[in-house]
Write a protein that binds this ligand. Sequence first.
Ligand code: FES
Ligand SMILES: [Fe+2]
Length: 400
Amino acid sequence: MNPHLRDVAIPNDWDRRGLPGWSYHSTALLELEKEHVFRNHWQIAGHVCDIPNAGDYLTLDVIGERALIVRGKDGVVRGFNNMCRHRGSRVVADSQGNCKNALVCPFHGWVYNLDGTLRGAARPRSFPDLDKTEFGLMPLDLEIWMGFIFIRFRNGGPQPSVAELLKPIEPEFAHYNAADMVPSWGIWTQKTPVNWKSVRDVDNEGYHVAMAHPALQDLYGATYFDEPFVNGVSRSFATYNPHAGRRWSVRNYVKIAPEPTHLPDHLRKAWVYYGIFPNAVLSVMPESVQFYQEFPLSTGETLLRGAIYRYRDESREQAAARYLSFRIDRDTMSEDVQLSVWSNESMLSESFEGFYFSDLEYGVRTHHDHLRKQLPVLGLETAPEEKDMWNLNDALRSQG
Ligand code: FES
Ligand SMILES: [Fe+2]
């Protein structure tokens, strides 16, 4: 069987430069990214198993926006702005929890039902004209795909529905029964001192695996390949090397992992990563499924966030394998953080002359192409004045 989902030929004469260096350090560009790339594109908030019961909630606090995902008494998962309609306070303060029967704003005590409708204001007689139906929590676009909760901070956007967007990977991903999974260790976050694009650039190619990731190289280095972004989705695929096991964690991982008979042959010894533009990855291993993503905190700081999910009825061997794959992944991530720091800081140097990509890094180029489509100002090699950035980008967009 052809392990490729799509055969995308790499052109002979593609432009091997990356995005201009200034774009990794421009505050004005960051505002444009929030506007055209983050607020209006689908973002993974979590998984339905993170909020299994009525009143369970999770929040996502990024790019100046606050999302609140809550499961209603009817079992339905809904998304709202985590913003009280009275004076804008957070309605819930924690990143995850349970609010019993209602959401009570910690500022003055307005009470919302779990479906977002306003139950009532505190001291209601002090609002003689309040029409409760006008003051429910503001809903967010929300779609559940294979158990993963996707939200959009701005209603509508340039992407189709999540179901449509992820259709190319659906048949393969469906083998993992992700909708039935449960959390492994919960949602994690971590800060890293680089521009978010530097994180993504490193993650979007496997050319560096042989040099920088000894455990991954041991596990699957000989077979790894990347399929570039097409219509917002990429895929990277690797099967275990026949003699994997020079390193302790890899040796034990391939030894302990039970034969995953629920998977078709080509996935039984495979790790697959599905990139979702602009900033997320869903990845699958025989014993677990995970998401990870990054959000800009400033031009030079990024929030990494993710979670690993496991089979509800996993065996002890599966659990051990999941722990070992987590260890391999954790080491890989810290190696990637270092690489992104070195690449990112170079762009402050006068001597930085841009990237020069290998054919094995074509995936990075296609991610940049997706960004350029939303932000044509990225086509400018020389940094525009910060104060002109917004208008210039608008003008270039309207030229289309
Ligand atoms: S801001 Fe929520 S009750 Fe006042
Ligand atoms: Fe890496």
